[in-house]
Ligand binder design. Structure first.
Ligand code: ZN
Length: 124
């Protein structure tokens, strides 16, 4: 599954970033997900939960921010956010526009966690 390998790389990225920033225990990952990224959000969350088992990220949440498609319309000379990713037309004047500004990204943009190592999982 496509999302599984994405989840894997997200986890690797987050572990690396956590080491750099001194975060001992990651509680949440914040990811921007474009409407045209080709990633199914539910599948990604599901894969993420499976992938983090046994890693330093175990128990962390995946917080996904949806990024709508934003195009630049040459007629309006303005950027517009599309209510739907397709068709890729200016929502104001209807001009076909291929100038995609946002909507394709899949980006880890923040980590949340403690720098202290005092968070211990409860005893079962
Ligand atoms: Zn327009």
């Amino acid at each position: 599954m496509h999302e599984l390998s994405i989840a894997h790389s997200l986890v690797e990225l987050a572990i690396e970033a956590a080491e750099h920033t001194g975060i001992k225990r990651v509680q949440a990952l914040y990811v921007k997900l474009g409407a045209l990224s080709g990633v199914v959000k539910e599948a990604l969350v599901f894969s993420f939960d499976a992938v983090i088992q046994g890693t330093p990220l175990e128990g962390a949440r995946l917080v996904i921010e949806d990024v709508p498609v934003k195009v630049f319309c040459p007629d309006c000379q303005e950027a517009h956010i599309l209510p739907e990713p397709f068709p890729m037309r200016c929502p104001v004047c209807g001009t076909k526009t291929g100038q995609l500004l946002e909507g394709r990204e899949m980006e880890l943009y923040a980590l949340e966690g403690g720098v202290e190592d005092d968070v211990k999982p409860p005893d079962c």
